[in-house]
Design a binder for this molecule. Structure first.
Ligand code: NAD
Length: 357
């Protein structure tokens, strides 16, 4: 990879390699874009097979954060950090603190939070070395569990899609097939059940399925979920699940769920569009988490304010649908247009001349 050429072409501002062999720390922090505010994104701790793989992941994820915050109208830029380690066996307090000291050297240009492999408990160690941390427990003045707002946002996004497809945003009696019944799915289900939607769910963990059965939900085997007759298919587990293999099996009018990176390729977004299945772009509908932590910055966290802002996902999905119809493009591309328009508008106000494509 010609690094500077790649960074320049995609608008990356800063790439920071952090090394502390005494504690086994190999970290990469990427600040993609700070047009809208300090870069914010989670810390992923993952045993990448190669350094190239770690670099590619952090570059991709940091840029996605720029788009997510821009489209959600959150005053934050995009950033991300990865630590190359196995979080189950190699993560230590010393490593996390060393990482925190590197975050601190950036003076607030990057604000860290949790992602795969890092937890709220880890943030407490990092917080001892830097104040540029969000997503702490509510007992520590933070915004706590992000999945509560993420679940609310997914529900609001489903309602906005329902309005477009059925002319009413009521989900009463609608059948929703949920892939994965973890934190986000359970919080989404809470709202859906209050509205008398019908749920059919799957998961690979028995504990998650037990929870679903306790709630009286229909449970199916993981491979069967794609074939369920439903109104809404909700990916709430892994990425890459909407693909040329799975699209022909879907019997739904809407794909709307909390998982990140749902489309395996851009062509899969086009295929959903061609088949008349409305896709709620993942980074728009699952923005409740970043909205929640953003309300922690520079003010005392208020769940009420976070809820109010998260509910706006309904309008944002509406705008995406409008762009998609007007420009005759898939909703995934319409979401990118929305984010890019927001960035371009703030750049022009600030007199910043560059592109992030
Ligand atoms: P989670 O770990 O609580 O839940 C995920 C669930 O999916 C688990 O119960 C797991 O067993 C299940 N699962 C994994 N593979 C599966 C498969 N093949 N089939 C069926 N189920 C499977 O995680 P979460 O916090 O609920 O996050 C879910 C998704 O939402 C992830 O893609 C995450 O990146 C995304 N997301 C989460 C948040 C948040 O606030 N937690 C915010 C934005 C996006």
């Amino acid at each position: 990879m010609e690094l500077f050429e790649h960074l320049g072409r995609h608008g990356y501002e800063q790439l920071v390699m952090c090394s502390d062999p005494s504690v086994g720390l190999k970290a990469i922090i990427v600040i993609h874009d700070t047009t809208l505010g300090p870069a914010c994104g989670g810390l992923r701790i993952w045993p990448y097979a190669t350094e190239e793989e770690a670099l590619a992941d952090v570059l991709r994820l940091s840029r996605a954060m720029t788009y997510k915050s821009a489209a959600a109208d959150v005053p934050l830029g995009g950033g991300k950090a990865v630590v190359i380690a196995d979080s189950r066996t190699q993560k230590t307090e010393a490593m996390l603190r060393a990482y925190g000291r590197f975050v601190d050297t950036l003076g607030g240009r990057y604000i860290t939070t949790t992602d795969v492999g890092s937890t709220g408990r880890d943030l407490e160690y990092i917080r001892q070395e830097t104040r540029h941390v969000v997503g702490l427990a509510t007992s520590l003045g933070g915004s706590g569990d992000t999945s509560i707002m993420t679940g609310l946002g997914v529900y609001m996004g489903m309602k906005a899609c329902a309005k477009e497809v059925w002319g009413s945003d009521s989900l009463r009696g609608k059948r929703v097939a949920m892939q994965g019944f973890g934190k986000v799915a359970q919080n989404t289900a809470h709202h859906l059940m209050k509205e008398d939607a019908q749920l059919v769910v799957t998961d690979v963990y028995d504990s998650a399925l037990d929870k679903a059965r306790e709630l009286g939900l229909k449970v199916v085997a993981p491979e069967k979920i794609y074939d369920e007759q439903c109104d809404i298919f909700a990916p709430c587990a892994l990425g890459g699940v909407i693909s040329s293999d799975t699209i022909p099996r879907l019997h739904c009018r809407i794909v709307a769920g909390g998982a990140n990176n749902q489309l395996l390729t851009e062509a899969d977004g086009q295929e959903l569009h061609r088949r008349g299945i409305l896709y709620a772009p993942d980074y728009i509908i699952n923005a409740g988490g970043i909205i929640n932590v953003s309300t922690e910055i520079g003010a005392t966290y208020s769940a009420e304010r976070a809820r109010e802002k998260t509910e706006r996902i309904y309008e944002i999905i509406g705008k995406v649908i409008e762009i998609s119809k007007r420009e005759e493009i898939p909703t995934a591309l319409a979401a990118d247009r929305l984010a890019e328009t927001r960035l371009a508008s703030v750049r022009s106000i600030k007199g910043i001349y560059r592109s992030c494509r």
